[in-house]
Write a protein that binds this ligand. Structure first.
Ligand SMILES: *Cc1c(COP(=O)(O)O)cnc(C)c1O
Length: 450
């Protein structure tokens, strides 16, 4: 199994040609999920004592299994937050796998870590953090948020060693991503909810008032969202950051989706104040055209994060005793794939201007979507888009109407758009992060909401 022999050569040919064909197809269908019973009937048991051979397994994958997975980079996949990798990034994902890299330590992966760090430095520079900032690529925003908040609590424990609170707490809004409440559960800390204004934004004033009123003496960090998942709202980072600085609280910015907008001049001003962040996350697998799974986690003071996260053991002494950068020291997790490399390769290949242009293109299409909603009497925008998420209602529709419409769209291979809820109401949203999505794609979907 481990030698490259004649059978491997045949399989390599098959896998490469499958990959090339899949990537070069002009219009890959959206595809759709199947039930477990259907898959059982079509595929059956695949793992046997003797094995079925790679070609047969690849055929089953291509003919059935892959087609039972929705194509996330389809231009009319507009649900959740899609993933639309550049071809260079996808190709390099193959290279990363073929290269047998370990990117947890400098000792083992210095070349990979060096390149990943340049990609992190680009993001950190866009945010206006000092050159000494740094971090690590983790699997997703969920891990990034948790790791940043663990570092924040570490600092608080250091600072308040003489006067530890009974309970620790994190402040944020109800619009914060579900991963923040999940992080609170994992860390066993309280969540102090701060109300948002009419415009859905967290402000420094509301934060100050809530903290005074809540009287929780264990608040150690504040999470602002730079692009909420549901509506794409960017909190008032500047005033929130100022209050955090005044009160000595860690200021974490969750920009898993939205901080890609730092690269786009037309929305850059919405992130004013990001330079105050103690940490932020942005997922290149969302709006920066990298394949899953890739979240950039950046700290203002990486030494603090390192102190919080470094795992210690006799077998690790050889790497933790030096002062090289070991990516695993900056987040929860030890073994790591060089998951930042596909993103780095694409950035190195195309240059940052191409990223700016691509993000701006999606913003143009999102603005078209908002305008198109405004022009249709049966549709109503729920929020003027800050970024590239457009949330709206179809007047008069019940949750069942949305569901039936969504299912029909997918069944007809027209689009993948699901419903969401906002303020207790079922509605829908279009998340435009794929530069291949056109104005015509949007209109095709809106036209179907009759
Ligand atoms: C998607 C998202 C997350 C979670 O990121 P994953 O990569 O899915 O773990 C966190 N915060 C926001 C604002 C998001 O949009």
């Amino acid at each position: 199994m481990h030698r490259y022999d004649a059978t491997t050569e045949v399989l390599a040919e098959a896998v490469m040609s499958y990959s090339r064909e899949r990537m070069s197809m002009g219009d890959v269908p959206l595809d759709a999920p199947r039930t477990a019973a259907e898959l059982q009937a079509l595929v059956g048991q695949t793992i046997t004592t003797q094995g079925m051979g790679g070609e047969k397994a690849l055929r089953l994958f291509g003919d059935v299994l892959a087609q039972a997975c929705i194509t996330v980079d389809h231009p009319r996949y507009l649900s959740f937050i899609p993933c639309a990798p550049t071809k260079a990034a996808t190709l390099f994902d193959l290279v990363v796998s073929a290269s047998s890299l370990y990117a947890g330590t400098w000792m083992e992966g210095s070349g990979a870590v060096y390149a990943e760090n340049q990609a992190l430095a680009w993001l950190s520079g866009l945010a206006g953090l000092p050159e000494s900032a740094g971090g690590v690529f983790v699997p997703g925003g969920t891990y990034g948020n948790l790791s940043a908040l663990v570092a924040a609590r570490y600092r608080a424990r250091q600072q308040r060693a003489a006067d530890l609170p009974r309970r620790w707490a994190i402040a944020g809004t109800a619009n914060a991503h579900s991963s923040i409440v999940s992080a609170c559960d994992v860390m066993d800390v309280d969540f102090v909810g701060v109300p948002v204004g009419e415009d859905g934004r967290l402000t420094g004033t509301a934060l100050r008032e809530t903290l005074a009123r809540a009287g929780h003496d264990g608040v150690f960090a504040v999470v602002a969202t730079a692009g909420t998942t549901n509506l794409g709202i960017v909190d008032d980072l500047d005033s929130v950051g100022a209050v955090c600085a005044e009160l000595g609280l860690w200021f974490h910015v969750d920009g898993a989706y939205g901080l890609a907008g730092l690269a786009a001049p037309s929305v850059r001003h919405r992130f004013d104040g990001i330079e105050r962040a103690d940490s932020f996350v942005v997922d290149p697998h969302k709006w920066l055209f990298a394949p899953f799974d890739c979240c950039a986690l950046v700290y203002r003071d990486p030494a603090l994060a390192r102190a919080a996260h470094t795992q210690r053991a006799g077998y690790l002494d050889v790497v933790t005793e030096g002062d090289e950068i070991n990516p695993s020291d900056y987040a929860v997790g030890l073994t790591r794939r060089a998951r930042g490399l596909p993103f780095w390769f694409s950035l190195a290949t195309h240059g940052t201007q191409a990223y700016t242009d691509a993000v701006e293109r999606t913003l143009t299409v999102a603005r078209h979507a908002a305008q198109s909603v405004r022009e249709r009497p049966q549709l109503e925008l729920l929020h003027e888009p800050d970024l590239s998420v457009v949330c709206f209602r179809r007047v008069g529709w019940t949750p069942q109407d949305y569901r039936a419409w969504s299912q029909q769209l997918l069944a007809q291979d027209k689009g993948f758009v699901v419903s969401t809820t906002h303020a207790g109401e079922t509605c829908t949203r279009l998340a435009v992060v794929n530069p291949e999505t056109t104005e015509a794609d949007i209109d095709l979907i809106l036209d179907s909401m009759v």
